[in-house]
Ligand binder design. Structure first.
Ligand SMILES: *Cc1c(COP(=O)(O)O)cnc(C)c1O
Length: 427
């Protein structure tokens, strides 16, 4: 899909006028702000407020009775939402559970699937991965008393992307487990999950994906592709709210494997309250839960799923690709030659997720700060990337046009030179 776009404002408005997929009024969208940060924290769907408040009411009215009597009985909520979430990532209903946080879930899955033995001792990851994933892996190496080089971090050739052939070349007989991102959080590169999974399996390697930057933005077929396990958070493209419960995918072939970090909420539900001292895990992904589910962090996810189900994941992807293609074409026309920017995101639709990474050798921090002063919310990723995620549900083509126009104006007027190079505590 390559489209030629016109750079005029009128053209942006025309694109909006033909857009049948606009759910802006389903979200809380602040006036006067152009929100392009849905890849860090999605805006709140109005339906998520409804489901959150309904959980609060259930707590007020039912007390402990909420576990079985709530509108969405709390005891079954993690599995029920998991079954709905499964459709978004192409999994079977019992392969997904909503629980924990991404980092906690990574710890649990590493403790389950990273079993160095004999010649197979390495955990393969990459140097562009989100730091928390790496910290978790380093912690496991220490806990297991492994030599530090058992954690193999694949290198990037250009600092922004990974070459899938390099990854496949690293699938050697000494690798026990590979844990890779689906979409790289800085550049937005989308890896070929299906191909990597097939190649890993040819070499007898278990492979898991961190889908934080693809879940809710890119359709997946985790089950059909044979991925062993996956994790993702629900507060980015999935619009579940700050710190909302995350999700775990466990391929059916691993159901019955004992979770590395067990807890009573991973029990077979019919036996959990037997309070037996011998852990009897659930026969599905639910087994990877640990403690009591965080109901108020889960209930907004339910409201968000309503929006996804109505809009359709394929429509999300189709519109997202149009928005990002349009943005890249405006950047190419107005910011690259004139102002020294470049796009760090791969161009081909099948190789990118939902955001555009705008890079520049100098001054990115100050340009990002100017954007915020002008009411644009992007996010900055050290050292020089400004990310923009125009979201299918709630961003318009005109907003994309406005953002590029504002950047052009910041550069033409050189107003960024008056700011200092400080970075705030968040990004
Ligand atoms: C956002 C993100 C995380 C964050 O994990 P939390 O435990 O939710 O803070 C981890 N990994 C990746 C790849 C992410 O994009």
């Amino acid at each position: 899909m390559y489209m030629k776009f016109d750079i005029s404002e009128a053209f942006a408005k025309e694109l909006d006028s033909f857009d049948t997929l606009n759910f802006e009024d389903r979200f809380f969208k602040a006036r006067g702000i152009i929100y392009m940060d849905g890849n860090s924290l999605g805006l709140m769907p109005k339906s998520a407020e409804t489901t959150l408040l309904s959980a609060v009411e259930d707590y007020k009215n039912l007390g402990i009775g909420g576990w079985t009597e709530a509108r969405q009985p709390w005891f079954y909520c993690a599995e029920k939402l998991g079954a709905r979430m499964a459709k978004i990532v192409g999994a079977l209903e019992d392969e997904v559970v909503v629980t924990g946080s991404t980092t906690v879930n990574i710890h649990n899955l590493l403790s389950t699937f990273y079993k160095p033995s004999g010649k197979r001792t390495k955990l393969l990851m990459d140097e562009l991965n989100f730091p928390s994933d790496i910290y978790a892996a380093q912690g496991h190496m220490r806990l297991l008393g492994r030599p530090t080089d058992d954690l193999a971090l694949l290198k990037s050739r250009d600092g922004h992307t990974l070459d899938e052939n390099d990854i496949i070349a690293a699938f050697n007989d000494d690798v026990a487990l590979a844990l890779l991102p689906s979409v790289l959080y800085r550049s937005g590169q989308l890896l070929d999950i299906e191909r990597l999974t097939a190649k890993a399996h040819e070499k007898g390697i278990i492979i898991g994906f961190d889908c934080c930057h693809s879940a809710g933005s890119v359709p997946h077929r985790l089950h059909d592709w044979g991925v062993d396990f996956g994790v993702w958070c629900c507060y980015k493209y999935l619009n579940g709210g700050p710190g909302s419960s995350a999700a775990i995918f466990i391929n059916r072939r691993h159901h019955g494997t004992r979770p590395g970090l067990p807890g009573w909420f991973g029990s077979d539900k019919s036996r959990q309250f037997d309070m037996a001292l011998e852990f009897e895990p659930a026969a599905n992904a639910g087994a990877w839960q640990m403690g009591t589910p965080h109901i108020f962090s889960m209930s907004p996810v339910e409201g968000s799923l309503n929006v996804f189900e109505e809009f359709g994941m394929d429509n999300v992807r189709e519109k997202s690709l149009k928005l990002t293609s349009y943005m890249m074409s405006l950047i190419d026309s107005l910011l690259v030659d004139q102002h020294g920017f470049y796009i760090a995101t791969p161009r081909q639709p099948e190789r990118r997720g939902g955001h555009v990474a705008l890079a520049r050798d100098a001054d990115s921090i100050r340009i990002n700060a100017c954007l915020k002063e002008r009411g644009v919310i992007p996010d900055f990723r050290f050292p020089n990337i400004i990310r923009f995620a125009p979201i299918a549900f709630y961003n318009t083509y005109h907003e994309v046009w406005r953002v590029v126009d504002i950047i052009k104006d910041i550069m033409d007027s050189k107003e960024y030179l008056s700011l200092d190079e400080k970075r705030g505590p968040v990004a």
